[in-house]
Design a protein. Structure first.
Length: 115
């Protein structure tokens, strides 16, 4: 499975962006899908994840501002980001896991939030 992330860009603080992650194959059977981010000089961190059954988890720093969702019919993962802050600036990556040995990553999309 190949993942193609898109939707990043430059936005002012307080603004919104929606990231998309299109999969080359079906995501219905994926155990877990998630968005990670990596800011310059920092380690990659989990932003939000969603299980096959729809359970969601979020990093404390984005709770109440970001929403993860998926559309199985379109084989696409989304991240709606509202009330963006300068500290949300990072390269955002999508990840999909279908079990042991089946872990896929997208190429990343840059989000820049100006204060």
């Amino acid at each position: 499975v190949q993942l193609q992330a898109s939707g990043g860009g430059l936005v002012q603080a307080g603004g919104s962006l929606r990231l998309s992650c299109a999969a080359s194959g079906s995501i219905f059977s994926m155990n877990y899908m998630a968005w990670y981010r990596q800011a310059p000089g920092q380690q990659r961190e989990l932003v939000a994840g969603i299980s096959r059954g729809g359970s969601r988890d979020y990093a404390d720093s984005v709770k109440g501002r970001f929403t993860i969702s998926k559309d199985n019919a379109k084989n696409t993962l989304y991240l709606q980001m509202n009330s963006l802050k300068a500290e949300d600036t990072a390269v955002y990556y999508c990840r999909s896991n279908a079990g042991s040995g089946y872990d896929y990553w997208g190429q990343g999309t840059l989000v820049t939030v100006s204060s």
